[in-house]
Design a binder for this molecule. Sequence first.
Ligand SMILES: Nc1ncnc2c1ncn2[C@@H]1O[C@H](COP(=O)(O)OP(=O)(O)OP(=O)(O)O)[C@@H](O)[C@H]1O
Ligand SMILES: [Mg+2]
Length: 284
Amino acid sequence: MCVSRSVINHAIRSNMKHVDAHDEPLLNVNGVTLQYKTREHLVTATYRVSFQVFAGQRFILLGPSGCGKSTLLKGIAGFLKPVEGSMRLSGRVIDKPGPDRMMVFQEFDQLLPWKTVRQNVMFPMKASRRLDGAEAEARASAYINKVNLTKFSNSYPHTLSGGMKQRVAIARAMAMEPDILLMDEPFAALDALTRRKMQEELLHLWRDTKFTMIFVTHSIEEAIILGSRILVMSPHPGQVKAELNAGQFDHASQGGREFQALQQRIHTMLFDQRIEQETRVIHE
Ligand SMILES: Nc1ncnc2c1ncn2[C@@H]1O[C@H](COP(=O)(O)OP(=O)(O)OP(=O)(O)O)[C@@H](O)[C@H]1O
Ligand SMILES: [Mg+2]
């Protein structure tokens, strides 16, 4: 089927978030190539990736294993410098890690085992923001409460379930009140029921504070439920295939026609070689 470029451009434009002239992106990723240099190999993890994240967005990086999602997060966090392109947060080039970008990882062992829940949440606040003890403690209590762990404030990580540990890690990151929360498959290792509960809690937290997050997943369903915007990436080396709106969906809309149509559309994008080529032409 031959689709004219103006039709394609219209489709892309109509799918874009309305941005008025004064609406500056919080994060601007522009043509970013990220590589790893090992002794034997040069691995290109992402190739000329561009996207913008606006304040309050729930921005999803979705793509197959090895497409460079974690690498992109590491770049945004300031652990890895692009070999090409630039990344700016509020207009400033990202060149090192900072408390304005907090990461939550997939692993359950990201807490300090010798510190209690409260001490874990307080630790980065005291270390990098130089809040005094009372202020850090008050903020820690507030965020521990937001993730429903007040009763476990004095518990040690080894006494908590996987889901509870992830909630502590989320509270710890949120208590820093970063400009942007970077979440690398934080629910991937949880059982289906707990995962769903955590997704609901995260959406609830978002409605409460409207924080900005970049959330990595390779679950299409999770991307549609949690995301307001989805960046679909190609297999290794990761390139942008498409950027889609998904703000209108949640768990309740999961069985609905629109939800399923979007799910199918993304599925086709991820797995159909022909669509891949078509999309690549659109983005050239
Ligand atoms: N430290 C490293 N040294 C060398 N190559 C690496 C390193 N970390 C990742 N890579 C390579 O970079 C590419 C992207 O990896 P990355 O971990 O970003 O993928 P991902 O999309 O997060 O995958 P997954 O969904 O499995 O977590 C892969 O080819 C991987 O082998
Ligand atoms: Mg990863």
